[in-house]
Design a protein. Structure first.
Length: 267
């Protein structure tokens, strides 16, 4: 299988690229080809979350590879959170669902490396989230409104617990995007919210003025409640403008040290 896969990979490269003088074409390692084969099966739904992969001996025979090569392929897939591997007599590899948190962690690492600021993140969110509020005001279902109202009810129940309230309010933002049904927006905003969640949690944990913090949290909660009302009433312009102001206000509070507050996400 490995030799056939290599031949197929080489054939997929245009002849002009393969024969161009001075141009080097990197041939993938066998472990990478095996990982790619299994990755395709997972992404296409041929292998489902929770499914156990065949025993190592079976996979080694199937692909015509050694145990070290197979385990290298497993390490690649583990790093992508596509499988989990348990060692030992009762161990083995099981399929995991692709996790957007993995993408968020890598995005956060790259942004921190590039010196991105919290202001960068909030301005990106301010470009993406308000149009989603508008879209929901234009088109929503009764179930959408119920889920939004349940989310603000969860916030209300957590008003006296700052960290729980941060989680509840972040969940409301995530739900707002989820209800658009746009998978690309859901992934992009999930990455942004992952970073914002950590910033919010850090701000909440470091805050020393409990009364001011509670007042700000209550203000945010009221904005969420009002947004649900605007969405339910179909007031698209007002919903979009409210959410724009809300995100900008959150940026001002969490990023109070100034626009040069850089991300610090590495544990």
């Amino acid at each position: 299988m490995a030799e056939a896969a290599r031949a197929a990979e080489t054939a997929a490269v245009p002849a002009t690229t393969r024969t161009r003088v001075g141009r080097q074409v990197r041939v993938p390692k066998t472990a990478e080809l095996v990982a790619a084969h299994l990755r395709r099966q997972i992404v296409r739904g041929e292998l489902n979350p929770g499914d156990a992969l065949p025993p190592e001996s079976g996979l080694m025979e199937q692909f015509g590879i050694s145990r070290p090569t197979l385990r290298e392929a497993f390490r690649v897939l583990e790093s992508e959170s596509l499988i989990t591997v348990r060692r030992g007599a009762h161990g083995g590899a099981r399929v995991s669902a692709p996790d957007s948190d993995v993408a968020a962690r890598y995005a956060g690492l790259i942004l921190e490396y590039r010196g991105a600021t919290l202001g960068d993140i909030y301005r990106a969110a301010a470009l993406i989230e308000p149009p989603c509020a508008r879209q929901l005001a234009v088109k929503h279902t009764a179930e959408d409104i119920k889920r939004l109202r349940d989310a603000v009810a969860n916030e209300k129940a957590a008003l006296d617990d700052p960290l729980s309230l941060v989680e509840a309010q972040d969940a409301f933002h995530a739900l707002l995007i989820e209800l658009t049904g746009n998978q690309t927006l859901i992934l992009l905003c999930g990455m942004l919210r992952n970073i914002i969640d950590r910033a919010n949690a850090s701000y909440t944990a470091a805050a020393t003025d409990a009364e001011a913090q509670k007042a700000q949290a209550l203000k945010g909660h009221r904005a969420h409640v009002r947004l649900v009302g605007l969405i339910e009433s179909g007031k698209a312009d007002e919903a979009e403008k409210l959410w724009q102001r809300h995100i900008s206000s959150a940026d001002d509070v969490v990023n109070a040290a100034g626009p040069k507050t850089v991300l610090e996400l590495i544990d």
